[in-house]
Design a protein around this ligand. Sequence first.
Ligand SMILES: Nc1ncnc2c1ncn2[C@@H]1O[C@H](COP(=O)(O)OP(=O)(O)OP(=O)(O)O)[C@@H](O)[C@H]1O
Length: 327
Amino acid sequence: MTQKIDLELISLTKRYGATVAVDAISYHFDAGTYACLLGPSGCGKSSTLRMIAGHETASDGAITLGGRDISTLPPAKRGTAMMFQNYALFPHLSVLDNVAFSLTMKGVDKGTRHARANELLELVDMTAMTDRLPAQLSGGQQQRAALARALITKPDVLLLDEPLSALDPFLRIRMRAELKKLQRELGLTFVHVTHGQDEALALADEIVVMNDARIEQAGKTRAVFDAPSTAFVARFLGSHNVVVMPEGLVAVRSDAMKVTDQTGAKLPGTITNIEYQGTHVALTAAVPGAQEVTALLSDKDFFGNPKELGEAIGLDWEAEAAHALAG
Ligand SMILES: Nc1ncnc2c1ncn2[C@@H]1O[C@H](COP(=O)(O)OP(=O)(O)OP(=O)(O)O)[C@@H](O)[C@H]1O
């Protein structure tokens, strides 16, 4: 537990023929970090995860775990385990045998592997389901079985490829809380691939935002969200306006936008949309330069001073709310 088993990607590259799927990315994951790899479809997230797992060979660069180069080791020898999007449970095996599967492959005797599988099933609250087949489980239960199966190998790093995407929205939120709790309890490094911004913000200690085979920005989740360094990151994470100002391109969070009179405001605008969101009202305005900005106002602020479509307003923000963007 006290040993530092950090995961490091060093100039990691994946080429499929002429396609560069991952382009010399480097990143250091401290042991025990919950990290999300985040980015649009095709940016190289899954290829990165598969290279860490050993399901894909790296074209260049290296992967180290606890200082040991694992780049060319077979998956079972790396100290990593992978949980797949569709859980990949064996349909003809009981939950218990699915969880014990990797120990069966290692020749561990039945008593020992069943005892260990039962421990893991208890950890994920699945003791009552050990004799069922995967088809007799709900989506959330299948996910817990898949988690137990991945954890039975005692990995230092758990790799999760879109682990919540097969679940309905309600269950997704519940299971994401369970994932986070499990990660905290076990103190393992989790590297979780998602294209969902909300999911990454809710779960991750650190986010790695990828774009076009490279890392666009990475770091502590809140630091990245608070100060996106590029227009891509600001737009991808959402809840930010990217505005061309005389001093250059800036990001301003929607909840930092103030609606005022036009006199003295940073931007004049005309309201183009008002969307009631329950706790908040999202007010969108057209501003000079054929741009649109959104201000997220509390329900109380908006209805204390209601506005109409087409109304002329001013948009303002504190100087420190604006972050200069590169490109
Ligand atoms: N086996 C393969 N052969 C050829 N090209 C591939 C292969 N796997 C992935 N690619 C290409 O590599 C690039 C990165 O793919 P990857 O699956 O890593 O992206 P991703 O960010 O995980 O996308 P998604 O969110 O859609 O899963 C894409 O252009 C993809 O078409």
